[in-house]
Design a protein around this ligand. Structure first.
Ligand code: CMC
Length: 389
């Protein structure tokens, strides 16, 4: 009140204080609870990082074992919820399926989703971590017309997810350890990124007193856009289009620079990073390694590298400090693993879930939290008289 400042896109306005993730965009630094992302990616596991983000410290061995065990025991979906998938059209986008199913999930736990009840909050952290990958895999199975498998709780978080996606009913599924480790690393790199659009959405919805299911479902919708998580899908489509057009990479870059038809270099640029995205560096390092280990050669990886090389040496991109972001190389790896392009952003959602849960919890525990309610600058008509006959 008093003086409202106009800040399109919140470029200069902090909406909250937070102790979870630190980013220095000029230097390309990312830390989860103080630990550099490079050390985390090398040494940690997805669930260990989830615990770290949510509770602030690395778990002890027994805390982690207990957390993992509880998550394994909550993977089943209610059979009625499984029928929900058949109400959606064939070819439904898996991101839309995911957010709708998480919304629907809330109806099963209405009696246990009071944001002010710590037991409910902890239980729903477990439920969401356990069930989101299962829903995601069913969204995938639905999109290819295959039967849903039951989770196998003898498997780790990532291995269970791989089996649910790629296993078929009648045959045993052997998890490829290279693929498992590679996917776990990618998921870890996505776990949190402070006040990005989807996390801010989760916080805004949470600030109204809505529960974790409602908040996470809204976060998934926010993530789906091509300027945010949807960029990983858009990158692969862009690479395929360049390949199929027969145009040179240089010509494509010219089109981007001339802003022809609003075309952008997807997977490039970031609101916060004005330097190489440290996650993109790690993803790029593993792209060659993973494709080689999986015995896959993909000309799209060479195309991506060529595109990066040309862009990084071009004044347009240099002046604007545009570098590859996390989404630039992930798609090529997901594709090598066998995921269809439309599943890429769903994988981002599974990765980001711990961050959303950590921010939702931080928000609800913070006594300073208020309902999020931005101001506006009114640019419409002054008072006028309704015409009467
Ligand atoms: N290709 C071409 N030009 C670009 C790009 C791009 N990818 N990104 C920014 N620019 C230009 C933009 O046109 C503007 O130029 P000018 O000053 O001539 O108008 C200048 O760079 C500044 O860009 P901006 O739009 O003010 O930057 P922003 O902070 O509002 O947007 C962004 C950030 C990520 C939305 C944007 O860089 C973008 O659209 N990138 C492509 C989509 C993408 O890869 N998104 C993933 C983000 S990373 C993780 C995630 O959330 O998934």
């Amino acid at each position: 009140t008093g003086h409202t400042t106009l800040d399109y896109g919140f470029v200069n306005t902090a909406s909250t204080a937070s102790a979870i993730t630190y980013i220095d965009g000029d230097q390309g630094i990312l830390r989860y609870r103080g630990y550099p992302i490079e050390q985390i990616a090398k040494n940690s596991s997805f669930l260990e990082v989830a615990w770290l983000l949510i509770y602030g410290e690395l778990p002890s061995a027994s805390e982690l074992a207990d957390f993992d065990d509880r998550i394994r025991r909550h993977t089943l979906l209610h059979e009625d919820l499984k029928r929900f998938f058949s109400a959606l059209p064939d070819g439904a986008h898996p991101m839309a399926v995911l957010s709708s199913a998480v919304s629907a999930l809330s109806t099963y736990y209405e009696h246990q989703s009071d944001p002010a009840n710590p037991e409910h909050v902890e239980l729903n952290i477990i439920r969401l971590l356990a069930k989101l990958p299962v829903i995601a895999a069913y969204a995938h199975k639905k999109s290819i017309g295959q039967a849903f498998l039951y989770p196998d709780n003898s498997l780790s978080f990532v291995d269970n997810f791989l089996r649910l996606n790629f296993g078929v009913m009648s045959e045993p599924y052997e998890v490829n350890p290279v693929m498992s480790r590679a996917l776990e690393r990618l998921l870890i790199l996505h776990e949190d990124h402070e006040q990005n659009a989807s996390t801010s959405t989760v916080r805004l919805v949470g600030s109204t007193g809505a529960d974790q299911f409602a908040s996470v479902s809204a976060g998934i919708h926010a993530l789906s856009g091509p300027l945010h998580g949807g960029a990983n899908e858009a990158v692969l489509k862009m690479l395929a289009q360049i390949r199929d057009s027969g145009q040179s990479v240089q010509r494509f870059v010219e089109r981007v620079k001339n802003k022809e038809d609003g075309v952008k270099l997807m997977g490039f640029g970031h609101r916060v990073y004005k330097n190489y995205d440290p996650r993109a560096k790690l993803v790029k390092e593993s792209a060659d390694e993973v494709l080689t280990a999986l015995g896959v050669t993909d000309p799209l990886l060479d195309l991506a590298k060529e595109l990066e090389e040309i862009a990084l040496n071009d004044d347009y991109f240099k002046e604007r400090r545009l570098y590859p972001n996390v989404d630039f190389y992930t798609g090529v790896i997901y594709k090598a693993m066998g995921f269809p392009t439309r599943m890429f952003t769903v994988l981002f959602a599974i990765g980001r879930l711990p961050g959303w849960l950590a921010h939702w919890r931080e928000l609800t525990l913070d006594p300073k939290t208020k309902i999020g309610r931005p101001q506006q600058l009114f640019t419409g008509s002054p008072e006028r008289q309704y015409p009467t006959a």
